[in-house]
Write a protein that binds this ligand. Structure first.
Ligand code: FMN
Length: 235
């Protein structure tokens, strides 16, 4: 079994709550996961050129190109992103947009595969989870678990956190607050969310070990999608 685990945060490991959660999910599946961080990668969004329509291969060449094969080969996905301005961060969004190449002419390469979504935010994770979930639905990928937690807003380590009156530290603690490393939020300090991530990983592993029925999963997701979109003719 191959599991592809993606952390869409542009941050390096030390600061990235998305990456920590993705790792926690991956390490608990019971499988060796291929963990890919998008930090430092240059991946542009889909340009809608339809160059992929004949062969389901995107013609843009960038850091997505070597990931294409990994996506196809994977039996399951762990998809992590973070909240930037109340939506999915751009790195991860660009990465996911490029999955458009897999869908033409009823290509079923993604259909029915199980996935766990992972979301980090400074204050809210809901918008990210919702977008990742909807992305999975559009591609008939079955979400079998979710992990999320709060990470450090940049204001905690930008150097001006204690004095900047429009920053997150000031908003939370007020004037005169002396910031220490202890005060910097991170999912690894939140046992409840780490445990939720570990459980999501265990669930994914269990589903794969039990012999995940992709055809059944495809039908379930397709039906839910058609219902949501109120499509009548595609069943
Ligand atoms: C450009 C930018 C915009 C952000 N906007 C939001 C936001 O609207 N809501 C929120 O809850 N957190 C917001 N955050 C905070 C991040 O979601 C938070 O730092 C999260 O931990 C980032 O994930 P990471 O730790 O994996 O890098 C923002 C951070 C950045 C850099």
């Amino acid at each position: 079994m191959k599991i592809l685990a993606i952390s869409g945060s542009p941050r390096i490991e030390k600061r990235s709550s998305t990456l920590k959660l993705v790792k926690a999910v991956a390490e608990n599946t019971g499988y060796d996961c291929d963990l890919v961080s998008l930090a430092g990668k240059k991946i542009q969004g889909c340009i809608g050129c339809m160059g992929c329509v004949d062969d389901n291969i995107c013609k843009l060449k960038d850091d997505f190109t070597p990931l294409r094969e990994k996506i196809l080969e994977a039996d399951a996905y762990i998809l992590g992103g973070c909240n930037f301005f109340s939506t999915l961060n751009a790195n991860m969004h660009c990465f996911l947009e490029r999955w458009y190449q897999f869908r033409h002419k009823e290509s079923s390469v993604l259909w029915g595969k199980p996935a766990v979504t992972v979301a980090a935010g400074g204050r809210l994770t809901g918008p990210v989870t919702a977008i990742l979930e909807q992305f999975c639905m559009y591609n008939f990928i079955q979400v079998v678990g979710r992990a999320d937690g709060l990470g450090a807003n940049g204001c905690y380590f930008c150097g001006y956190g204690e004095t900047c009156k429009v920053g997150a530290v000031y908003a939370r603690y007020g004037a005169g607050f002396q910031l220490t490393e202890e005060d910097i939020p991170c999912v690894s300090k939140d046992e409840v969310c780490m445990e939720k991530a570990r459980q999501a990983g265990k669930t994914l592993g269990k589903i794969l070990r039990a012999g995940h029925d992709r055809e059944k999963a495809t039908k379930e997701v397709k039906d839910a999608f058609m219902e949501m979109m109120q499509f009548k003719n595609n069943r």
